[in-house]
Design a protein around this ligand. Structure first.
Ligand code: ADP
Ligand code: MG
Length: 354
């Protein structure tokens, strides 16, 4: 598979702050790529450096085999969709989408061809019938589609999306996830989609990149990142692992939460992780099986998140352990507040980070 984007040793500093730190990255062409990271990890800076709105202090940016650092943004063949996309409020849907083709530098496209392309793109993003509407007379979700169509109509090879669904309400966001993926598939280009939401990143990306303080914390398919986070930092951003800091003593990991037997550790772990949905809640009197780890926690509260329920249990030292019940697997749990429960997981389901 060919590489659409390659970054080598890219560093970007603002004063004493290092936003991107000797970052190396190669993106395969024709994929949906999610870029996940906490606020301030450098996601927007990375997109701006790729797009050419910022130049790196050091390092190179190569797009489709051509080195582009130093090349102005509009000559890089890249499309960009922001969270707070600005449309031209006095223009119709059709005129907004056509804008780049009619006004771009060195455009020589015939009016009829522009019209055909614009109509096809409006159709592709699901706005057929609204061509003549003013953009003030359509919904937020429809405006988002206009912004997308306006970018895609110029046929970029690489489309950068910076939290494009962030301004939409939850229902629309879910629908747009599927549509963005479908649109990308039809066009066959690469989307690099920045999101602060781990569920969005994992649901949408064929490839998921986790950014950690200006460096690549992990890159892989969603399953690998979800099941095998490369570090404690990545596991923390995924927001679905209970993490315990401690130390290894013989065949056990020891932390304030207890002593967890471990299977042949290869490294010197200082952190132990167990995913929210790998923990079973049992009667405190029930003994664990030989291959299980068990601690006790008092039930605090549950939170419904749509397809699952997240329950919080307090350990004796006060820290909270989170347990996720997928509603498709089990009936909704009904735990008794303040009652103590056994929290049990398989020894081999735990991850150790050094
Ligand atoms: P993210 O998009 O992941 O939230 P950003 O790329 O916006 O992160 O920012 C990364 C870091 O760089 C942050 O600490 C931010 O404050 C800093 N930063 C970004 N842009 C500028 C700028 N123009 N001037 C100074 N600092 C900046
Ligand atoms: Mg940002």
């Amino acid at each position: 598979m060919s590489t659409i984007l390659q970054l080598a040793g890219v560093t970007k500093t603002y004063g004493t702050l290092t936003a991107l730190d000797r970052l190396d990255l190669a993106l395969p062409a024709g994929r949906y790529v999610s870029l996940l990271g906490p606020s301030g990890s450098g996601k927007t800076t990375l997109l701006r450096v790729i797009a050419g709105f910022e130049e790196p202090d050091v390092g190179s940016v190569t797009i489709a085999g051509r080195r582009v650092d130093g090349t102005p943004a509009h000559r890089r063949g890249i499309g960009f969709v922001f969270q707070n996309f600005a449309l031209f409020p006095h223009l119709t849907v059709e005129k907004n989408v056509a804008f780049g083709l009619e006004n771009g530098e060195g455009r020589t496209m015939a009016a009829g061809e522009i019209r055909d392309r614009v109509r096809a793109m409006i159709d592709l993003v699901g706005l057929k019938g609204l061509e003549g509407r003013g953009v003030a007379q359509i919904s937020g979700g429809q405006r988002q589609r206009v912004a997308l169509a306006r970018t895609l109509v110029t046929e970029p090879r690489l489309v950068l999306l910076d939290e494009p669904l962030g301004a939409l309400d939850a229902n629309l966001r879910m629908r747009m996830r599927d549509e963005l993926r479908a649109i990308r598939e039809r066009l066959g280009v690469t989307f690099l989609h920045v999101t602060g939401s781990e569920t969005e990143a994992l649901a949408m990306g064929d490839t998921v990149i986790v950014l950690d303080r200006g460096r690549i914390g992990q890159i892989g398919d969603g399953d690998t990142v979800y099941n095998r986070p490369a570090s404690r930092a990545v596991a923390r951003f995924l927001n679905c692992y209970n993490l315990f800091d401690g130390s290894l003593e013989g065949a056990a990991f020891v932390s304030a939460a207890g002593r967890f037997p471990v299977a042949a550790p290869e490294r010197r772990p200082v952190c132990y992780g167990v995913r929210y949905d790998r923990i079973a809640v049992r009667d405190p009197a029930a003994a664990p099986a030989a291959d299980e780890v068990r601690i006790e926690g008092a039930f605090v509260a549950s939170e419904y998140t749509g397809a699952s329920v997240l329950s919080f249990f307090a350990l004796p030292d006060g820290r909270l352990v989170e347990v996720e019940d997928h509603l498709s697997h089990r009936a909704p749990p009904s735990y008794e507040p303040q009652r103590r429960y056994g929290l049990v997981w398989k020894r081999d389901d735990a991850l150790l980070f050094s």
